[in-house]
Each structure stands twice: as structure tokens, then as C-alpha cells.
Design a protein around this ligand. Structure first.
Ligand SMILES: C[S@@+](CC[C@H](N)C(=O)[O-])C[C@H]1O[C@@H](n2cnc3c(N)ncnc32)[C@H](O)[C@@H]1O
Length: 302
């Protein structure tokens, strides 16, 4: 079990930074949550926009057509492909011919994606192995899965240890999180592009100044420490930090807006208006559901 493995590591090496704990929870080679994940959506622990029906992918395809037209032999690089649903729908809507790549760390999801995308011209990567290309980078709920550091209100870094056989963290009072990995993760990806656009969709805000760390199991919020490896762990994206990482890699930020607004601008609403059958669209755009919580950031290197 992962809890035992982590306690053995702490016994040997001492308390570990929260980010190291989160990395093990999500990607331990034997017990990591994503290492063995096989489903997202109603039957899984959480649902994402592409799993709510084809509407999200259709709207994104509409937005991308115009961008792809400005590029030569464009590639699309999707970061974190999930079940492959986004890629499948996007490829069915796109008119422009593209070479499609998926950067995916989870072996179980890679297999699910390969099964779902049989017959499509898709290449899987564990790291970016091309250079000097033109194209688009897409990331839906990728950055919220990157390990974060936890700090106390006074700015002291938190470590994970165990007490009475229970995993706990150091510090008391209010905590906040910060992802310190944006630049490290983005640099090898963005520098492979000579020209391009990026579209990042994720829960988050311009600034995150409170704790947003959450663990999900079967659509319920659970403790981050009770069942490591059995739940998804995520933290909202601080889009100012993410934008700085893009800028540091020589990309510009075009816009940051609420998902609802972005999708409405792409004409996601059916001509006849929203009816009860369009609950999936309502879920994507309604400010009380995903419409405001999720943001869309556009970036470019042109
Ligand atoms: C929350 S899921 C979102 C999946 C999909 N984009 C969707 O919207 O349904 C996060 C995805 O990112 C992948 N992932 C997380 N960290 C990664 C990393 N460092 N490199 C590559 N893939 C990663 C996960 O395995 C998973 O496919």
C-alpha cells in the first residue's frame, strides 16, 4: 500500500516536502493514483469538461481553426490526455489537418487513449522530442494536477510526516499552496515551438491566496492524507504564476477569461437556446457550475 511505502520512506529519510508527497500520491510507479487510473467521468472520481459531451471540444475546435490557419504544417500537442475523449472529439470536428501529439505520464491512461484513438494519427510522448515546429499547445485540467508546495500563513514550508501511524503535515493554522513547477514543466514544451498558440483551461484565478488543495474520491471530497494513491489531489491554478512561466519562455499572454464567457464567445449555445437536454452545456457555462470557476488562458508566440 502507498501509505506504508511513504511511511517507510519518511522513516528512512525524514519528513518529505508536500510536493514530494503529492507526486507519490499521483504518480508513484506502483500505487500512484494516475499511474493506475482507468476512468474519468461519472464512473470515476471526477468529471472534466471533455467528459460532459462533445460541446467543449467543438467550441475549442472552432476557436482553433482560425489559429491553425496562421501556422505552417501545424501540430497540436495536448498535455495530459485523460481518457482520450478530448482528442477524439477535437479530431472529429477539426477541418485543418494536424499532426496530433499527447504528452501523457500515466501508463494506464496512455493505454486507454491508444484504444480509444485507434485509427487516428496520434503520437504519444513522455517528453517532447520535436523542435522548431509550429502549432498549438492544449491543456485542460493539466496544471492543477502538478504537485504544489504547502506553506503556513507565516510562510513556513510544510512537510509530510506521520504520528501514531497516521500521515500528517507539519505546521498549524491556515495553509496556502503554490506550484513551483510551472517553468520547469513548460520550458521544454514551449521551446519546441517556433511559432504557436496555447490554450490552458483549468480551475483557478488570476491570483490564489487561500488554500484550494482538494482530494476527490468518487465525486466526494476526502482527506488528502487518509488514502494516498486512491484519490485525485488537485489545487487551483494561480494564473499569474502560470502566465509568468509562459513569459519567461518567450510567449505572450493574449487573454484570461472565465470558461463560460469563452465558450459563449465560441457560440456554444444551440440556435434554439438551452433546453433541459442541454444540461451538459449549462454545466460548462453556468457561473454557479463550471462557467466561472474555470478560466481559459490564451498565449502565443507569433
Ligand atoms: C485531471 S486529468 C485531465 C485529463 C483531460 N485533459 C481531461 O480534461 O479530461 C490530468 C491529466 O494530466 C496527466 N498528467 C498529470 N501530470 C502530468 C505530467 N507531469 N506529464 C504528463 N501528463 C500528466 C494525467 O495523467 C491526466 O491524463
Amino acid at each position: 500500500m502507498l501509505a506504508q511505502k511513504i511511511k517507510a520512506l519518511i522513516t528512512e529519510k525524514g519528513p518529505i516536502p508536500f510536493s514530494a508527497y503529492m507526486e507519490l500520491c499521483l504518480f508513484d510507479s506502483e500505487y500512484g493514483y494516475y499511474t493506475k487510473l482507468t476512468d474519468i467521468g461519472k464512473r470515476g472520481d471526477f468529471i472534466t469538461a471533455p467528459e460532459c459531451g462533445p460541446y467543449f471540444a467543438k467550441a475549442i475546435a472552432g476557436f482553433l481553426e482560425n489559429k491553425l490557419a496562421q501556422l505552417e504544417n501545424p501540430v497540436i500537442l495536448e498535455l495530459g490526455g485523460g481518457t482520450g475523449q478530448f482528442a477524439q472529439d477535437l479530431l472529429s470536428f477539426l477541418q485543418t489537418k494536424v499532426q496530433y501529439f499527447i504528452l501523457e505520464k500515466s501508463p494506464s491512461l496512455r493505454k486507454i487513449q491508444k484504444d480509444k484513438l485507434t485509427g487516428h494519427d496520434v503520437t504519444w510522448l513522455e517528453e517532447v522530442n520535436f523542435a522548431n515546429v509550429e502549432g498549438v499547445v492544449l491543456a485542460n485540467e493539466f496544471f492543477d494536477a502538478l504537485p504544489v508546495e504547502r506553506f503556513t500563513e507565516e510562510g513556513q514550508q510544510c512537510f509530510v510526516t506521520f504520528q501514531d501511524n497516521q500521515l500528517v503535515e507539519t505546521g498549524t493554522g491556515q495553509y496556502f499552496e503554490k506550484c513551483l513547477l510551472f517553468k520547469e514543466v513548460l520550458r521544454p514544451i514551449l521551446q519546441a515551438f517556433k511559432r504557436g498558440f496555447a490554450l490552458v483551461v483549468d480551475y483557478g484565478d488570476e491570483r490564489i491566496e487561500r488554500s484550494t488543495l482538494t482530494a476527490y474520491q468518487q465525486h466526494q471530497i476526502v482527506s488528502v492524507f487518509d488514502s494516498p494513491g486512491e484519490c485525485d489531489i488537485t489545487a487551483h491554478v494561480d494564473f499569474t504564476d502560470l502566465a509568468e512561466a509562459f513569459l519567461a519562455c518567450g510567449w505572450n499572454i493574449d487573454f484570461l477569461k472565465a470558461q463560460g464567457q469563452f465558450l459563449l464567445e465560441q457560440d456554444i449555445l444551440p440556435e434554439s437556446g438551452l433546453s433541459a437536454e442541454n444540461y451538459a452545456i449549462k454545466r460548462l457555462i453556468d457561473p454557479r457550475l463550471m462557467g466561472q470557476l474555470f478560466k481559459v488562458m490564451g498565449a502565443a508566440k507569433i
